[in-house]
Design a protein around this ligand. Structure first.
Ligand SMILES: Nc1ncnc2c1ncn2[C@@H]1O[C@H](COP(=O)(O)OP(=O)(O)OP(=O)(O)O)[C@@H](O)[C@H]1O
Ligand SMILES: [Mg+2]
Length: 471
């Protein structure tokens, strides 16, 4: 039930958690998509620029070929024939000197009959019907460019083809004097630029963007997980605290009902018990005459006393009195306890080691209640060492509190019983009521103190009491 309650309370927080995690995932996916989009955009822009660049190159080449080749050759030879070696060498010189500082990998010049009459690659000269639609458009006066990518499916998808180049076809025109290119088409120029390197740079940039955003997201995830864990721990602690307080309240309610009932019943029991006890004492006197060895009257008296003590303890536990506080020294109360137990400790082989630090501040306590609490603890310690041993009592002052540690060398408490020792009527002793520690806890807590019991690493247990000191 506790667990259900805790998870119920965590629900709104869980919503926030899922919302934040899914937002982060969406942001991450968005960043990756955006980076792909950016890369695509960068590549398209690069392509447009390459296209423009190629057209400017072609325009320039057209101009230089016309001025430095067509006009002089026409004047000198009367006819342009690139099969003529001299003319070819001149053309090659003009083309190479025009393009030498630009990034161009291949140039082909076609004549009007679809035949390559000049090329960087001499083996292509004389070939016909190459160039496809690019050539057709150029002959009709239109420049076109197309991107050619080589690579497998994944290379193309990821944007890293093994080879990518842009091929531009443009008409080679005769120039009118003093004007731009507008004369009749004389042939077609094909220019090829290798873009593999540019694409690889863009791809490397893309990888860097993805790695950076992955790292940033990972760090954000880790921070978020940390914050969520902290938040959950706080909520869990609060819920446990709430449940604990609720249980305490329920217990207090139960106890107050029990107390009222117990007060009535114990009154009813105590009266006949008193009568039984006095009758037993009378019986003892009379029996002394007839049967002086009989122990029966004594047993009746002793058991009546025990029953009376149980009723008193129970009443004190069920209806705790508010403490009557006065400033006093805690070590003085413990000295009184030790004094009271002296005859027993000496005869049964117990050593009491008192280590009381000097200049201990006073505490506000009800001396009678504290005396009773310490007595219970010391008796428990003695009972845990039936054949004697050492009881160490250490009192010291730390951070505005008085600490009282009582250690014994007994058998200790099995781990599974540690939670239950505070429960009323929990006892492992034949003659115990199991109310001792419950009473002690009530007393310490009514003084705004705390009490803890733990097993010592060697032998026995340590009871640690903390009480606020008067400063
Ligand atoms: N010093 C100790 N060493 C080992 N076990 C202890 C010690 N003090 C308490 N306990 C365990 O805790 C149980 C509860 O202690 P508590 O004082 O409440 O009752 P009790 O001693 O059994 O009976 P009562 O105090 O009423 O005579 C004990 O029965 C015992 O099992
Ligand atoms: Mg006890």
């Amino acid at each position: 039930m506790d667990k259900n309650q805790t998870s119920e309370k965590n629900k709104p927080f869980r919503l926030v958690k899922y919302f934040t995690f899914s937002s982060l995932t969406v942001i991450f996916a968005g960043t990756i998509a955006l980076s792909f989009f950016n890369i695509h955009w960068a590549r398209t822009m690069g392509l447009d620029k390459s296209e423009e660049y190629a057209l400017v190159l072609v325009e320039n080449l057209n101009h230089q070929v016309f001025l430095q080749f067509i006009i002089p050759v026409a004047l000198k030879y009367g006819k342009i024939q690139l099969r003529n070696k001299e003319q070819y060498v001149r053309m090659d010189k003009v083309v190479r000197s025009t393009l030498h500082s630009f990034k161009v990998d291949m140039v082909n010049i076609y004549d009007m009959n679809h035949t390559i009459s000049y090329s960087f690659d001499k083996s292509k000269v004389g070939k016909t019907d190459l160039g496809g639609t690019g050539y057709q458009y150029a002959i009709a006066g239109r420049s076109t460019s197309k991107l050619i990518q080589n690579g497998n499916f994944w290379q193309i998808l990821l944007g890293l083809p093994s080879k990518s180049k842009i091929v531009t076809f443009a008409p080679l025109r005769a120039e009118k004097p003093l004007s731009a290119l507008s004369g009749p088409v004389l042939g077609v120029v094909e220019i090829m630029q290798d873009l593999s390197e540019d694409h690889q740079t863009i791809f490397r940039f893309q990888i860097r963007v993805i790695i950076t955003s992955t790292i940033v997201m990972l760090v954000l995830f880790l921070i978020l997980i940390f914050v969520v864990k902290q938040g959950e721990a706080i909520i869990h602690r609060r819920n446990l605290e709430r449940i604990r307080l609720k249980e305490k309240l329920n217990q207090a309610r139960r106890l107050s009902a029990l107390g009222k009932m117990a007060a009535g019943i114990s009154h009813e029991i105590r009266n006949p018990l008193g009568i039984i006890k006095s009758c037993a004492e009378l019986l003892k006197k009379k029996m002394a005459v007839f049967d002086p060895k009989s122990s029966i009257p004594n047993i009746i008296v002793e058991e009546s006393n025990r029953l009376n003590r149980i009723i008193t303890d129970f009443l004190e536990y069920a209806r705790p009195k508010p403490p009557n506080l006065s400033g006093c020294r805690i070590e003085k109360i413990l000295e009184k306890n030790i004094d009271y137990l002296k005859s027993q400790t000496e005869s049964k082989g117990y050593t009491v080691l008192s280590e009381f630090n000097d200049n201990l501040p006073k505490v506000m306590v009800d001396t009678d209640m504290m005396y009773q609490a310490f007595l219970n603890l010391l008796i428990n310690a003695m009972q845990s060492m039936p054949s004697g041993g050492t009881i160490r009592i250490h009192i010291f002052h730390r951070a505005g509190n008085i600490h009282v540690h009582i250690q014994d060398q007994g058998e200790g408490i099995p781990a599974e019983q540690l939670e239950r020792i505070w429960d009323p009527f929990f006892t492992t002793k034949d003659t115990g009521t199991g109310l001792g520690l419950g009473l002690v806890k009530n007393i310490i807590e009514s003084h705004k103190g705390t009490i803890d019991i733990k097993n010592l690493s060697g032998k026995g247990i340590q009871v640690a009491i903390v009480l606020p000191a008067i400063l």
